[in-house]
Design a protein around this ligand. Structure first.
Ligand SMILES: C[S@@+](CC[C@H](N)C(=O)[O-])C[C@H]1O[C@@H](n2cnc3c(N)ncnc32)[C@H](O)[C@@H]1O
Length: 247
């Protein structure tokens, strides 16, 4: 074999090694990227609970204080994250958590106060509550905070919320929403495509109050407020919280 042949052969072997290594790296990234992203999101949500709850403590107390506490209340929390709302639930509540991110389960179990019972953590999307086996008229309360901004089909989620609520049951919500100010709204519209990609489908321009008003609940009570923290991005400051009752 001539010297040239040896050089060609070595170059070919090197190329082959590069191609196999790069393909393997791409395979690993594709295989594990989703899981790593979800793991990070669950960790981040858990880390943020204290910060957010401190800022909206007054609003959450006002919101959740109307949950009856004279009996064992059946609560369904959709998009439960790390369990940011558990501390506001009455003692003896029995909580079913629905959460698509499987890495949230351990945080939900860890963060549950001793006096409430986590009945089950269901992995899935709120749009699919029928397929997930959640029965009609089975919950006293459905809770959803900072979730409707990122669900794929708000109307479907609200339909499912109404379906699983018992007659007289209440939907408790707190969401960030499209701003009333025209300039901020325009900025939200410009930023929305990028924000949506970066923040797990979260929409800056969702008019959640209108969706809730039009969802066919018998009574809707809603308050709008600004997230009370100076350094919070101005284009995510408008919030609403309230209840919607199914009679
Ligand atoms: C911003 S976090 C809020 C978590 C928690 N509710 C809180 O207030 O801290 C949004 C959560 O909604 C979940 N989520 C996103 N789309 C959902 C859907 N279609 N159905 C149910 N949960 C969803 C995400 O996995 C995430 O845990």
């Amino acid at each position: 074999m001539s010297g040239d042949d040896v050089v060609v052969r070595q170059t070919l072997v090197k190329c082959l090694i590069y191609i196999v290594s790069i393909s393997f790296a791409v395979f690993l990234i594709k295989r594990y990227a989703k899981s790593m992203r979800q793991r990070f999101a669950a960790w981040m949500l858990n880390r943020c609970i204290g910060f957010v709850n401190k800022r909206v403590h007054k609003e959450k107390i006002r919101l959740f204080s109307s949950i009856e506490n004279d009996r064992r209340i059946q609560i369904l929390e959709i998009g439960a994250g790390g369990g940011a709302n558990f501390e506001f639930y009455p003692g003896r509540s029995e909580v079913t958590c629905l959460e698509p991110n499987p890495h949230c389960k351990s945080y939900l179990e860890e963060n549950a106060p001793a006096d409430i019972q986590i009945k089950t953590v269901i992995q899935g999307f709120a749009e699919n509550m029928t397929q997930l086996g959640l029965q009609d008229n089975s919950f006293d309360v459905v809770v959803c905070t900072l979730v409707l901004c990122s669900v794929k089909d708000v109307d479907r989620v609200l339909f499912e919320v109404k379906r699983v609520l018992k007659p007289g049951g209440k939907f408790y919500f707190m969401e960030h929403i499209i701003d009333d100010n025209r300039l901020v709204k325009s900025i939200q519209k410009i930023l929305n495509p990028l924000w949506r990609r970066m923040v797990d489908g979260c929409q800056l321009i969702r008019d959640t109050p209108v969706y809730i008003q039009n969802a066919g609940f018998d009574e809707v009570k809603m308050t709008k407020f600004k997230f009370p923290y100076l350094l919070w991005p101005f284009f995510v400051k408008k919030f609403c919280f309230g209840t919607a009752t199914k009679f």
